[in-house]
Design a binder for this molecule. Structure first.
Ligand SMILES: NC(=O)c1ccc[n+]([C@@H]2O[C@H](COP(=O)([O-])OP(=O)(O)OC[C@H]3O[C@@H](n4cnc5c(N)ncnc54)[C@H](OP(=O)(O)O)[C@@H]3O)[C@@H](O)[C@H]2O)c1
Length: 323
């Protein structure tokens, strides 16, 4: 496993981290295999875990807390998120800070997450949605600085809304944010334009999330792929999205290097960017943990392939189903 310095926090984080949404929010979960998968990831050197109160109303945090409890001698970094007070993902331009993150709400959910994780200090507390128009409001700034002084959080971050990588730039310039997480993958390359250079200049930690575009970049989806009604993905992979996503993923198939997989190529694409510190694939299966962590030690993709993959950039505009 390779490690990168997570911006100004100085933490040495594994470049393959662990996304913990699916294991408490999607259908098809097997708790025993989930715990084994997490244990295997730790054994293979993974030390960065991304969860949120919103993933199963604390269940994903509890699963991470149990993992931390099973590994008292290992430094595992826990990143979680405060849900917006109006429980609406993503935020919209007209939402105010009071709708989403008034100071008492930031505190209330930090306390809940501390309990669920079973820790004294949360390594990284993130805002689960964000609007850059809130940048100058000193109430969120003071609240997170106070939580740091009180030893309840070590660092603060923003999880940037889907396909809006520039919707936090002014906020980062305030100096109160230590890390961002943003969708970055073979399709979603827009963070390279402004967000990554700014984070590099300000020494802000960068988490690349949704490395497989919620699954299409594993190359396993077809037009026949369906999800149970109660699974979030049934509302995201509506026909319009599934059709275009499968077409874009199919166009990548001829580029997958012999003997590897599209998932492997997707992770190595993300890791080529020096501005990224860790990427957090969602994983619930032992075989996926093994495959994804192996990507960390593989040689970089060739310049020729990277150049081809740059051509598969797909800029999308948030829409009713994109969430
Ligand atoms: N607003 C936000 O803050 C926000 C939104 C979305 C995601 N996130 C974070 O980002 C993380 C990653 O995103 P995600 O989980 O939504 O999507 P993702 O990582 O793009 O895709 C996850 C899917 O890929 C499958 N998979 C993983 N490794 C694979 C492999 N080697 N081969 C084939 N399939 C593989 C997983 O299967 P199994 O599950 O069956 O292993 C799962 O179905 C989340 O878990 C969460 O921590 C944050």
């Amino acid at each position: 496993m390779q490690y990168r310095t997570f911006g100004r926090t100085g933490w040495e984080v594994s470049d393959i981290g662990y996304g913990m949404w699916g294991l408490a929010g999607w259908t098809g979960n097997d708790r025993a295999e989930i715990d084994q998968s997490l244990d295997l990831a730790v054994a293979l050197g993974c030390n960065f875990f991304d969860t949120a109160w919103g993933y199963g109303e604390g269940l994903s945090e509890e699963i991470l807390g149990a993992l931390i409890g099973r590994n008292p001698d290992k430094r595992l970094y826990a990143a979680t998120k405060i849900p917006p007070k109006n429980f609406t993902w993503p935020s919209r331009r007209e939402f105010t800070l009071d709708d989403c993150f008034p100071p008492d709400h930031i505190r209330e959910y930090t306390e809940k997450s501390l309990r669920n994780l079973g820790v004294d200090t949360i390594d990284l507390q993130q805002f689960h949605v964000w609007e850059d128009s809130w940048a100058g409001d000193d109430r969120w700034q003071r609240t997170i600085e106070d939580l740091k002084k009180e030893g309840k959080i070590r660092a603060a971050g923003i999880s940037i809304n889907r396909w809006e990588p520039n919707n936090a730039l002014d906020t980062l310039r305030t100096g109160h944010i230590d890390a961002v997480q943003v969708i970055y993958n073979i399709f979603d390359q827009a963070p390279e334009d402004q967000l990554f250079p700014l984070c590099q200049a300000l020494n802000i930690g960068v988490i690349a999330r949704v490395p497989f575009d919620e699954g299409t970049l594993t190359g396993t989806f077809t037009m026949e792929t369906t999800f149970p009604k109660e699974d979030w993905r049934s509302t995201y992979f509506v026909e319009e999205n599934l059709r275009s996503s499968v077409a874009h993923a199919d166009a990548l198939k001829p580029l997958v290097p012999e003997g590897t997989t599209m998932a492997d190529m997707a992770l190595r694409f993300i890791l080529h960017h020096p501005g990224v510190h860790t990427t957090i694939p969602g994983m619930r299966k032992l075989k996926n943990v093994r495959a994804n962590i192996a990507a960390s030690d593989e040689k970089p993709l060739s310049e020729a392939l990277l150049k081809e993959l740059k051509g598969h950039r797909w800029d999308r505009i948030p829409t009713s189903w994109s969430q």
